[in-house]
Design a protein around this ligand. Structure first.
Ligand SMILES: [Zn+2]
Length: 395
């Protein structure tokens, strides 16, 4: 039983606390809400009425005809509000407007260089976001939050990128403050891998509370969901596995200044470089993927070895966070089973049996949509929290 009789220690109202039971979208009766909370039927009725007044909860028709009686079940109304989700990549940006269940209502993707700087990129995001909302025939006042993913480290509490290597002009830039000059709603910012973990979980593993998302592309990083929550660590760097040393690469220099980093051995550019040293014509990670798809044996072996290197680092991660799912995404995941097979080979051999007994190591299901879906979930999680619901009620 959840004690929601007096709201939380953060001073949230009873209605916003009750909403936490209804936000999963499963229809419930007032009686079942009273039973699971221990609250009086009259209290439940008043709080349900308040949530209906906000439009967040809606009556759901009973399966059997009630012969003209009013419906007795209630559930989250995902259509009540909208959020704007932005996946701002190194050279490409995707925007989506979603409802409160994360269903994409409209999406737009176009080339956009993050190195243009924050004002140019965020200005584009605001302008295009408003155009998408207008195109849907929705009022901009229905927008309740914005979730943004960027390709660099972010101090999540302030929404400021910190020393992002490929984002000139963005260091310590107040992203929420700038966006809120134009759209006065909460703005949540996180790095791309963290939001990809949220997107993957929402799309493919909604019941899974322990999940790692590993992005293998130009760089390598991971997002960790543990106990149902994204784990950012003290400074937002949790899951940044690209510069962990792997045994095979002791003399390989990395752009970070160290030697033997995972990223220097198993990223797309690193695999391409290794192939070139063998005389194979591969300029980029994309070329490597194409070679693998054509069945090139050298490329397949190089990708499989990269999988083993990634598996070496993930073996330590499995011991540390004991996930039930590891989803491999990013552009190199398009090389398919060869990369995953290398990861599995090492993780399943080197981990303790109990840790791998129910561990699935799979290709990302959300694929290129993981980030924009995750940006939407970042915004929705904020909006539907007890504090978020209170803020909506106060608007
Ligand atoms: Zn490094």
């Amino acid at each position: 039983m959840v004690d929601i009789s007096r709201g939380s220690a953060l001073g949230t109202s009873g209605a916003s606390e009750l909403f936490q039971l209804l936000r999963d979208g499963v229809p419930r009766t007032r009686a079942s809400l009273a039973q699971s909370t221990g609250l009086a039927r009259s209290t439940i009725a008043a709080r349900v009425d308040e949530l209906m007044r906000l439009g967040l909860v809606t009556p759901v028709a009973d399966a059997a005809s009630t012969g003209g009686r009013p419906p007795s079940q209630f559930a989250l109304n995902p259509a009540a509000r909208i959020v704007l989700a932005a996946d701002l990549g190194a050279s490409h940006a995707t925007l989506a407007v979603t409802d409160l269940s994360g269903t994409v209502l409209v999406e737009r993707s176009e080339p956009k260089d993050i190195a243009l700087g924050p004002e140019a990129v965020l200005g584009w995001m605001v302008e295009q976001g408003l155009a998408l909302i207008e195109g849907l025939g929705r009022d901009r006042r229905e927008l309740v939050a914005i979730g943004i993913g960027v390709p660099g480290p972010v101090e999540h509490s302030t929404g400021r990128p910190v020393n992002p290597p490929i984002m000139p002009g963005w260091d310590r830039f107040d992203v929420p403050g700038w966006v809120q000059q134009h759209l006065e709603v909460p703005v949540l910012v996180d790095n791309d891998v963290n939001i990809m973990a949220l997107g993957e979980q929402a799309l493919a593993w909604p019941q899974i509370e322990h999940l790692m998302f590993v992005k293998v592309a130009t760089g390598i990083g991971s997002g960790i969901i543990s106990g149902g929550r994204l784990q950012r660590g003290a400074q937002g760097i949790a899951g940044d596995i690209g510069h962990v040393r792997v045994a095979r690469g002791s003399d390989v220099p990395c752009h970070c200044g160290n030697r033997g980093c995972l990223e220097a051995l198993a990223s797309g550019p690193a695999i391409a470089r290794a192939l070139r040293e063998q005389g194979v014509d591969a300029a980029s990670g994309g070329d490597v993927v194409e070679l693998v798809k054509r069945g090139d044996i050298d490329a397949i072996q190089a990708v499989r070895q990269a999988g083993r290197d990634i598996g070496e680092v993930l073996t330590a991660c499995v011991s540390l966070v004991n996930p039930s799912v590891i989803a491999i995404g990013g552009s190199m995941a398009r090389a398919g089973e060869h990369l995953i097979a290398g990861v599995r080979e090492v993780v399943y051999t080197r981990s303790m049996p109990l840790a791998t007994e129910h561990l699935a190591i799979v290709q990302s299901a959300a694929a290129e949509n993981a980030a924009v879906l995750g940006a939407s979930m970042l915004a929705i999680h904020h909006v539907l929290s007890p504090e978020g619901i209170d803020a909506l009620a106060a608007r």
